[in-house]
Design a protein around this ligand. Structure first.
Ligand code: GCV
Length: 695
């Protein structure tokens, strides 16, 4: 890695690549350059600067008029850029219509064509071409190259239309669950940003296929509630303008009580005619500033945020009122499903928080307007390691929806601990909802059709801030990259993504191989030393870093493990809370039986005695001890691997990651010893291998 700031878009030394360059690539013919399409023009610019970055020269750009059989152009040699329609005519190629945002990269004799179905497709094609140049030249041995080193014949389409990033940036400049410095958008209750930095960010996102971004926290508090007023819209419009050429639409998180807060109305009841009128007028105003705004994102009736329940209305009533205000502008309302009772009494065992999202939203399937997109989290508790995929996926039949993931490492180590999340996401994509043929998550990702359970895309809470390397932990860049890649193509494996990211960021060779191996081990290692086997919530309340085993045990949040001297966990089968009944019968049966329930979800679903024998023949308690000793040892080993890189990395990168490994090791030690001691004290049973447990 040469510059952490550049992430996976590193400058390469001219000499590294120049030899493999097709000499004809120094001319770029842009078909249809008379177009004023911002995204198309950005694609041309990205190709020009990308070639400069990789090969050290800026190609000559020649405009070619669209729509004709320009024989002269055909005789030229170089890279041809344009829409499929335009290139088809020019090269007389049988190119079938592709899905929106798709692209094709093809070598024809000495020429190369990069073509998209639309301007977005061309832009994605350019970025993919630039990635592949690096991957092919850095990694000649792999199957990535098709034919000689710079021959191309690929066609790609995105898995789904909504590929979104959510920022939880507060308007005072802090970031809720942010671990990489302050906000790149806000400061002191205002929109404050460095234009070039936001543009660099837009480029990074676009290069991995992101096309939507909400820039403020879903907890819309204080001055952020005024983002949809004339006071702040000019600045919001300026942010939207930076993202626009990169094919990324801005969304604004709004407060459900805006009619009261901004409009000074007595209520925000979604069925009140005055409220309906207010949303319509306010939305018209917003669109007068940002005509292509993606829409609004909302957290309603959740953790203190207001919502329709306060008026006895349901979430379809709430969502549809906003949807109707957005509809004339082509806007979407993205409605989060993180709705549960956050004022629970731990004594009350009749409630079970993981059931809440399904209970609140499944009965409304079919009641939402066609520009409402529901956004449930992938799991039913809250981004805990070891949560099963939520049961509403595969169950919705008449509701547009996307899946929410978390790139920021709220429960996965705060970007201090290394935790490569594509490993988790690969498992999510692989989850079989078993509600009919092709019902794995990766097979359900696609365009919505009435009567189908298609997941129209993803949103993820991002992990970036003003830190020079964007993500605090330099290796956490791989999580942002991995998110974009995996939602573009859910069939990708975590191992493909790790290898790609390492090659793009660090080049080929041993360094890259070591880092890739470290990444690929990191998630399972993290899983070993935190709360055992999916039991969840043993973190420090508030911060969510480090252990506090009973920290949430008597809280109001519905997050209990109920460990006693004999057993641990909540029975969520039919004989318990009935949570598993929300799944298809076969999945419910799979979860209900501890011998078929995946170990990583075991204590999420079951209450089990410490002497329960797990699949590997060891007791639950012994497995808790084993995993926690191993987790610590594995962090130590990963740090050892990192130390091998001392002489091959820039000092800054080496040292900053090393210091995070040191902090991770002390965190893993704390987890290991607190968890082991807790269970030893509770059960009175020691480690059968006699390792040290502090009694
Ligand atoms: C934005 C969890 C987090 C909160 C977050 C919330 C949500 O509870 O701890 O910080 O709030 O999820 O997703 O809305």
């Amino acid at each position: 890695m040469l510059r952490e700031y550049d992430c996976w878009l590193q400058n390469r030394k001219k000499n590294t690549f120049y030899d493999s360059l097709n000499p004809e690539f120094n001319a770029v013919y842009v078909i249809g350059m008379e177009s004023s399409d911002l995204i198309f023009n950005q694609a041309v610019e990205e190709l020009r600067t990308g070639l400069l970055r990789l090969f050290g020269f800026s190609p000559a750009i020649y405009p070619v008029k669209s729509g004709g059989n320009d024989k002269k152009a055909e005789e030229k040699k170089g890279i041809f850029l344009g829409t499929r329609e335009n290139l088809k005519n020019l090269f007389n190629l049988p190119m079938e219509k592709m899905a929106p945002s798709s692209f094709m990269i093809k070598s024809i004799d000495k020429n190369l064509i990069i073509t998209g179905e639309d301007a977005e497709g061309i832009l994605y094609g350019v970025f993919r071409f630039l990635f592949l140049v690096v991957l092919k030249t850095e990694n000649k041995s792999r199957d990535l190259s098709q034919g000689s080193s710079l021959e191309f014949d690929i066609r790609e389409e995105p898995s789904s239309p909504i590929r979104m990033i959510n920022h939880w940036d507060n308007i005072n400049g802090t970031i809720e669950r942010g671990y990489a410095g302050s906000s790149i958008f806000f400061k002191d209750d205002k929109i404050v940003y460095e234009k070039e930095r936001v543009k660099d960010y837009a480029r990074l996102l676009s290069s991995i296929g992101i096309n939507a971004l909400s820039f403020n926290n879903v907890n819309v508090r204080g001055a952020a509630r005024m983002l949809i007023t004339e006071e702040m819209l000019p600045d919001a419009a300026a942010i939207a303008a930076i993202f626009r050429p990169f094919g990324i639409k801005l969304f604004i998180s709004v407060n459900f009580n805006s009619p009261i807060i901004i409009g000074k109305l007595p209520v925000s009841d979604p069925l009140d005619p005055g409220v309906i009128e207010w949303w319509k007028n306010q939305t018209d105003l917003v669109y007068s500033y940002i005509p292509d705004l993606g829409g609004f994102l909302i957290k309603a009736d959740s953790e203190g945020q207001p919502g329709p329940f306060q008026y006895g209305r349901n979430h379809a009533d709430g969502a549809n009122t906003l949807a109707r205000a957005l509809k004339p502008h082509g806007g979407l309302i993205i409605w989060r499903c993180f709705v549960y009772n956050a004022a629970q009494d731990w004594r009350d065992r009749t409630q079970d928080r993981p059931k809440a999202a399904y209970d609140n939203f499944l009965p409304l399937d079919g009641s939402f307007d066609d520009n409402v997109i529901l956004q449930p989290k992938y799991g039913t508790l809250d981004f805990q390691v070891g949560e099963p995929v939520a049961p509403m996926f595969g169950a919705f039949k008449k509701t547009r929806h996307i899946m929410e993931l978390q790139i920021t490492q709220e429960y996965t180590g705060h970007q201090i601990d290394l935790c490569f999340l594509p490993t988790l996401w690969e498992g999510i994509m692989d989850f079989n909802t078993d509600r009919g043929p092709n019902s794995r998550i990766r097979e359900l990702v696609g365009n919505y059709r009435e009567g189908s359970s298609f997941i129209e895309g993803f949103a993820a809470v991002v992990n970036i801030g003003l830190d020079n390397n964007w993500t605090g932990h330099t290796l956490a860049q791989a999580n942002l990259y991995g998110y974009g890649r995996m939602i573009w193509d859910p069939s990708l494996k975590a191992s493909d993504i790790a290898r790609e990211w390492c090659l793009l960021s660090f080049g080929s060779g041993k360094t890259s191989e070591i880092i890739s191996a470290i990444l690929l081990k990191s998630y399972r290692t993290y899983e070993k030393y935190i709360a055992p086997f999916g039991v969840g919530f043993m973190v420090t309340p508030g911060s969510h870093y480090g252990p506090n085993i009973e920290g949430y045990e008597y809280s109001r949040w519905g997050t209990y493990h109920r460990a006693d001297t004999k057993a641990i966990g909540v029975d969520r089968t039919s004989s318990g809370t009935g949570y598993t009944d929300q799944y298809s019968p076969s999945v419910a049966a799979m979860f209900a039986n501890p011998s078929s329930c995946p170990d990583e979800n075991l204590l999420f679903i079951h209450r089990l005695p410490y002497d329960f024998i797990m699949k590997n023949g060891e007791s639950l308690l012994q497995n808790i001890y084993n995993t926690h000793f191993e987790g610590y040892d594995e962090v130590f080993a990963l740090m050892g691997e990192w130390k091998k890189l001392k002489d091959s990395l820039e000092e800054e990168v080496y040292n900053s990651v090393l210091s995070r490994f040191e902090r991770q090791l002390s965190n893993a030690r704390e987890w290991r010893d607190q968890i082991n001691t807790y269970f030893f004290r509770r059960s009175g049973i020691g480690d059968k291998k006699g390792r040290q447990i502090y009694g």
